[in-house]
Design a protein around this ligand. Structure first.
Ligand SMILES: Nc1nc(=O)c2c([nH]1)NC[C@@H]1CN(c3ccc(C(=O)N[C@@H](CCC(=O)O)C(=O)O)cc3)C=[N+]21
Length: 300
């Protein structure tokens, strides 16, 4: 099928955002003597997690953010991991940091995430920061936004797309994407009408037919088919699943949206090259913003 949809190019938008951040970092360094630092906490040796964390440090080097990397053994105890969190909370060189998810099964993830100092939460996933989003008081002055939802908004805005009054179907209720995205898109002035679908949803085909915008964040490769979309829909493909070909042993990344959707949609985010790079750009943005708050640049 011919591809008619315009591309929501995440690599291009992320490049623009990184250029803007590099200028703000220069101001922080020159005028305030602060070099922002991003810390990553990585437990175990999952290859996908290693590749993501490696990408984040490469991004940091490009824009002038220092990298603080804590790679820890798979069998680390809850107590020892909490000690690392406490160290990063106390380390002035670490402006913001993330704990790469998923953590091993023996670790209580929520207890770890709650221990991160909210002002150093680069993911925007600390209960205090998610709470500010629920209360609709999250802004650059006070707290970070979750990276993937914020990246999706930026990708649309930077392509001149407004969601005002549009029917947005979010497929997936995960804590990093679906749930906070619903909160973000229903704020003024974004003003979207959001439906949050999940594995318990019984009428997904009907919801898809009505949706002006579809955000697929379910983690089931190829689950959204071209024929199910409303013609002209705007499609954001967030899901990433690593699929290994049993014959060649080669691993490829697959999104939640069928490739043929590009013949039906008006706009589509490629995967890879769409929302993923935007998530990383927003992580950098959260670190720079945290440093600006610390420098007193962002005050009311
Ligand atoms: N605390 C925490 N924060 C996260 O933000 C977080 C996490 N844990 N755990 C895993 C997921 C996944 N995630 C991605 C980010 C960028 C790409 C990305 O940039 N992908 C490239 C392709 C990269 C490749 O080839 O591997 C692309 O879409 O073009 C993908 C996935 C962040 N996550």
């Amino acid at each position: 099928m011919p591809e008619t949809a315009q591309r929501l190019d995440g690599l291009k938008a992320a490049r623009e955002i990184k250029e803007e951040l590099a200028e703000r970092i220069q101001v922080l360094v020159d005028e305030h003597g602060i070099t922002p630092g991003l810390g990553t906490v990585l437990v175990g040796d999952d290859p996908a997690s290693h590749s993501y964390v490696g990408g984040k440090h490469k991004d940091c080097a490009q824009v002038g953010i220092n990298s603080i990397r804590r790679d820890l053994p798979e069998d680390i105890s809850q107590e020892d991991l909490e000690k690392v969190i406490d160290e990063l909370n106390a380390d002035p060189a670490t402006t913001g940091y993330i704990v790469q998810l998923p953590l091993p099964k023996h670790i209580d993830t929520n207890r770890i995430l709650e221990r991160i100092a909210p002002e150093k939460d680069a993911d925007g996933l600390h209960p205090v920061n998610l709470g500010r989003l629920v209360l609709n008081v999250a802004d650059a002055m006070s707290s970070p936004l979750p990276c993937t939802p914020h990246g999706i908004v930026q990708l649309l805005v930077r392509n001149g797309i407004s969601l005002n009054g549009k029917n947005v179907l979010v497929v997936g209720r995960g804590v990093t994407v679906g749930r906070p995205l619903g909160l973000l898109l229903t704020r003024r002035p974004i003003n979207a009408t959001v439906t949050l679908a999940h594995t318990g949803t019984v009428n997904l085909p009907e919801l898809l037919r009505e949706a002006d915008v579809v955000v697929a964040a379910a983690g089931f490769p190829g689950m959204i088919k071209a024929a199910e979309l409303k013609p002209g829909a705007i499609v954001l493909d967030v899901g990433v699943t690593r699929v290994t070909d049993p014959e060649t042993g080669k691993t490829t990344l697959m999104g939640d949206v069928d490739k043929d959707a590009a013949a039906v949609a008006s706009w589509i985010s490629p995967n890879p090259g769409g929302v993923g790079p935007m998530t990383r750009a927003m992580l950098l943005s959260n670190v720079v913003e945290a440093a600006e708050r610390q420098a007193g640049i962002l005050v009311e």
